[in-house]
Design a protein around this ligand. Structure first.
Ligand code: PLP
Length: 385
């Protein structure tokens, strides 16, 4: 049987055909009015997705690069920072902050658990020298989404930094309304664009902290980025990946046309249907069963099944690329990504293939039970009439 390739990973994610086609357009020079017009529109539309009036700097880098830039631009060696760590990416920011000589207070949670914002508040109250607090919106390694509105509420006395690499455009995030100083994102997830761009939104408060920072930096220097950003038309400080920015322009316009509130709602449905599908086929969810988790669905691999083999089989025999577990969850969970260009039928196909793969691996499964559960979420919502 011919298999159609379906990329169901939490990043990189599939991109709309119009975005693919835009990548084939001729390269234009980046110091021209033509590029400036596109980049100015991209900046305006990014603000509409970040829900902010803050400046958003765009780098030729993945999300990790934009995050590294934030650390370099905000801190001085020896500064104190609070980092919430409830998975692979929280853990990465702990390591990165330490690599840059920061003194890290780590608030550690089991993988799959959410951060407790009362504990964040307590940790900050216990050490008034802490200058900034970091939390991940959607912890992609577990599928769990943190309460960032609550986090922002208790971190108003410091600079708040949110890793929204997999969350931006998939999970509700209201940068200005909630008062988040720095939001980091990447192009390759819910922004429906190829990998290669990293973004950071910077509040005036964060910019003031930046002005005091003595950390060495060059490529990611926010002052250089701001100078270029404020040109008319807007520019990047260094040569940008022109094609990816042209692709992002198309993707952002699609998101704006759909309406950002509708985009959030679509992701809530995709998450709910995935969770119902997983439970319907008799598997156990990893992490809380709640609508907040709208970017990634993580499920335990049933006892007796080799997790890596299951993920391989879904790809080789069904054309469906989901993600396995990371770090301590390698081989124990699988993750369905649904942040970005995904619809109801992507989820239904994935659940259908997972049922078939489990059956062929000898796990007792009633074909169609998970599929039916996922379908009912969409039919109840009126999303597929
Ligand atoms: C929550 C989160 N943070 C950070 C990253 C790192 O981003 P990148 O791989 O773009 O460097 C990822 C990538 O999967 C992520 O999901």
């Amino acid at each position: 049987m011919m298999n159609k390739y379906r990329l169901m990973s939490p990043g990189p994610t599939p991109i709309p055909p119009e975005v693919s086609a835009a990548g084939a357009l001729p390269i234009i020079h980046h110091r021209t009015p033509e590029f400036g017009e596109i980049f100015t529109r991209v900046n305006e539309n990014l603000k509409r997705v970040f829900l902010t009036e803050n400046d958003i700097f765009t780098y030729a880098a993945s999300g990790t690069g934009a995050f590294e830039g934030a650390v370099q631009n905000l801190f001085s060696p020896g500064d104190k920072v609070l980092v919430v760590n409830s998975g692979n990416f929280g853990g990465r920011w702990v390591k990165m902050c330490k690599a840059f000589g920061l003194e890290v207070t780590e608030l550690k949670y089991d993988w799959g658990q959410k951060a407790d914002n009362d504990e964040v508040a307590e940790a900050l109250a216990n050490d008034p020298e802490i200058k900034a607090a970091i939390c991940v919106l959607s912890e992609t390694s577990t599928g769990t989404v943190n309460d960032i509105q609550g986090f922002a509420g208790v971190t108003q006395g410091v600079v708040s930094i949110v890793d929204a690499v997999s969350g931006l455009g998939a999970c509700e995030l209201r940068t200005d309304e909630w008062g988040i100083d720095v939001v980091v994102a990447g192009s390759q997830k819910a922004l429906m664009t190829p990998p290669g761009l990293g973004f950071v939104s910077v509040s005036e408060k964060a910019m003031r902290m930046h002005e005091q920072s003595t950390m060495p930096r060059y490529y990611f220097d926010w002052t250089a980025a701001k100078k270029a950003y404020e040109k008319d038309p807007a520019q990047t400080a260094w040569t940008p990946p022109v094609s990816i920015i042209i692709q992002l322009d198309v993707a952002l316009r699609q998101l704006i046309d759909e309406g950002i509130e509708n985009v959030f709602e679509r992701h809530v449905l995709l998450g709910r249907a995935s969770r119902e599908g997983v439970k319907g086929m008799g598997l156990t969810l990893f992490g809380p069963d709640e609508d907040l988790n709208s970017a990634v669905t993580a499920s335990y691999i049933p006892e007796g099944i080799d997790g890596k083999q299951f993920v391989k089989m879904l790809f080789r025999e069904h054309g469906i690329q989901v993600a396995g577990g990371q770090g301590e969850m390698v081989g124990r969970i699988f993750r369905i990504g649904h942040c970005g260009y995904f619809d109801a039928y992507d989820i239904i196909a994935t659940i259908a293939a997972a049922e078939l793969a489990l059956e062929s691996l000898g796990h007792p499964v009633e074909l169609g039970k998970g599929v039916g559960a996922a379908q009912r979420v969409f039919s109840k919502s009126g999303a597929v009439a």
